[in-house]
Ligand binder design. Sequence first.
Ligand SMILES: [Zn+2]
Length: 370
Amino acid sequence: MFKSWKKKFLATCAAAAVGFSLTFGTPAVASASLLESAIGIGIQGAAMSAQINANIRKFNATEEGRQELYQKFKDKYGVNNNAEYNATLDRVMANLTRGVAAIDPTIKEKPYIYFVAEQKTVNAACSMGHVMMVNAGTFEKITNEDEIAAIVGHEMGHGQKDHVAKGNKKRIQKMVTASLAGAAVGATIGGGMITEAVASVALNQSIAHGDRKHESEADMLAFDYLLNTNYNPGACAAVMQKFVEMSNGKKQSSMEKIFLPSDHPDSDKRRDAYVKKLHEYSGKHVTAKDGVVTVNNKTLMTVAATSDMSGAERSYFVLGNLATAYHKGQNKYDATVQNGTVMLGNQPIFTPATGDEDAYTIAERLNSIK
Ligand SMILES: [Zn+2]
């Protein structure tokens, strides 16, 4: 049993060593102590563990380290130079940075370094050191800036709470140790190897979206950040609705790996959690379900689909605007129509599209039930 395990282990090590393109230290014969150190046992293991932590700290908390990681991310995932995508991300980052700073000023000490990655899937990641990337595929499939902000806000939630470096420390230790165990046969473990191994774990997207508790926390933080911007807080629920619809009828393997769904709670549960937040934010006056918006438990309207959004997805933007109006006391004022848009006090609520009821009908109904 032990023998076969050892054989298998050594075979794996040899294979891993071949793929490890690093400058090894002084070649040495594989020894028991080396293997022990490589799998984290004993004094050498403890020393290695300390070195791994030092490297996590470097990439996470020093300017030099995070710039190095940023470059590695760009090398690995490629940089997309589409002017429109980049301008959108610049705007979203600037707006959200202010939104985050309103409740978490530590962002000023470690501003995000980000880029648009040359990747087709709808995804984004934030690693150590506030190094962030948003895939080009995200901008291609999601054209609404408020929804992009909801996605980026989620990433900033991970960043602000240091989910990768602090929340994943044990997992990173395990992954790095395992990769070093592979490379250690026939070589000593040099400091450079540990640095490279920590970096390669940091580049792994599953590290950015690691566990469900962190995902829920990042989701709720995204909502709070959006409340401190001009973005519609309903966009968080809306983008989850889009994900639900994108994944309908598709197997996970063929669908876009949105936020790595296997690690995230299902999009419909995430959407419902956001709807609950909006309901609470409105003082429990407003909600929406399956495209129907209700005010004080009475139906306000059924929202029609447009060419790029289902009625359900659009309804969450109406909900976001109504929740904001209630939260800011605008429900004391009349609903009116201004330039084709239904207003409640000074808050725009809804601009009808083809298939919707007209603005005056909705304003009148809102006045009767608000
Ligand atoms: Zn996440």
